[in-house]
Design a binder for this molecule. Structure first.
Ligand SMILES: NC(=O)c1ccc[n+]([C@@H]2O[C@H](COP(=O)([O-])OP(=O)(O)OC[C@H]3O[C@@H](n4cnc5c(N)ncnc54)[C@H](OP(=O)(O)O)[C@@H]3O)[C@@H](O)[C@H]2O)c1
Length: 322
């Protein structure tokens, strides 16, 4: 590392405190990269659904529960930044982006992050750090669900819930890129943007009940994590696939689908796949995907970005950490 900085500022969530006390900016030691890792100076980091749930003290795992009562929780699972201490593949000064292992908890809402070289790639040249910070989780998750697990092909009919969130906005684009007919669910004020991105059919989730529709889908990607296989199976074609971002809430569905032609598949993005990230970089650089930034806040104004009432935003919220 060119500078000898030994401490850094991290954002710490305290979900059980009140008001402004729920976010604190604290000094911590700059982490030291282990074998196979690089140290990255974070320039921008996305705020994902998982971060919002931690902030709202919802569905916390035992690790998070223990940490939040002891010393709060550092959030953030994706970032864009500059390598500060190189490794075997990436050198100091390289502009990179990537994600961290969900199972280990968040770390990227901080000035520095140590990350495996298998979980980063060079930043798309056409994109800014803010734009790039919206990409890793949304694109990795959507590609895994739609291409790898569901094998979406041209003209297949795909239904997406949560289409305007950080994952959904890339699921829409990737489903269209794969040639699918896309039905997306969102709020009325999101319709225009979803149609602009190529959505073929829009369902307003506060009014129209998807479960009452007669339409059949080859793939249902439940990005919002609100459905289960048994409820959605009648809306699948005879060999259709259901995938939810929260498979842990629908374990029974995955097991029961073993015995039917319709399938529920397990989605979890945690392993290092720099090859997939490299493909994603190419998709943005060749303008096949468009970065969608929901909003940007300076690091120290992060509290505004966790406002659950502000639902008009389309795409990932980003913290500028400079
Ligand atoms: N399994 C995995 O490997 C994996 C990977 C990445 C993410 N995830 C999970 O995937 C989920 C989505 O992530 P994200 O980053 O896209 O979150 P996000 O940015 O917060 O977006 C969530 C989306 O779901 C919508 N939504 C929320 N409640 C809804 C409801 N009751 N009915 C319909 N839509 C609803 C939201 O719309 P409104 O705000 O308008 O309500 C928003 O469009 C999160 O729970 C995250 O933890 C899982």
């Amino acid at each position: 590392m060119s500078s000898l900085q030994s401490t850094m500022t991290v954002m710490v969530l305290y979900p059980e405190r009140e008001g402004n006390e729920r976010i604190a900016f604290e000094k911590r030691s700059v982490p030291q990269p282990e074998k196979g890792e690089v140290l990255v100076r974070v320039r921008a980091a996305g705020i994902g659904g998982q971060d919002k749930r931690i902030f709202a003290a919802e569905e916390l795992g035992w690790r998070t529960k223990r940490r939040r009562s002891e010393r709060g929780v550092i959030s953030g699972y994706e970032f864009s930044g500059i390598v500060a201490t190189g490794g075997s593949r990436f050198n100091e000064g390289d502009e990179v982006y990537g994600y961290t292992n969900f199972r280990k908890g968040g770390v990227t809402h901080a000035e520095f992050v140590c990350v495996s070289e298998r979980m980063i790639s060079y930043k798309p040249e056409r994109l800014t750090h803010v734009e790039t910070a919206t990409v890793p989780t949304g694109c990795m998750t959507s590609l895994k669900a739609l291409q790898e697990l569901a094998g979406v092909t041209e003209r297949q009919r795909v239904l997406l819930s949560g289409a305007t969130g950080g994952v959904g906005i890339y699921a829409v684009q990737i489903a269209k890129m794969l040639g699918a007919h896309v039905t997306a669910q969102g709020r009325s004020w999101h319709e225009h943007e979803l149609l602009r991105l190529g959505v073929d059919s829009f369902i307003e989730y506060t009014r129209e009940e998807v479960l009452h529709s007669d339409e059949l889908f080859d793939v249902i990607f439940d990005v919002a994590g609100i459905w289960n296989f048994d409820d959605m199976a009648p809306h699948l074609t005879s060999r259709g696939t259901f995938i939810t971002t929260h498979p842990e809430r629908d374990r029974f569905g995955i097991v029961s689908s073993y015995f039917t032609a319709k399938k529920s598949k397990y989605l979890f993005v945690a392993h290092g796949r720099s090859d997939v990230l490299e493909n994603i970089t190419a998709l943005f650089d060749s303008e096949l995907l468009e970065p969608i930034v929901g909003s940007v806040s300076p690091f120290y104004d992060a509290l505004d970005e966790f406002d659950p009432e502000d639902r008009k935003i389309v795409g990932r919220r980003v913290l500028l950490i400079e």
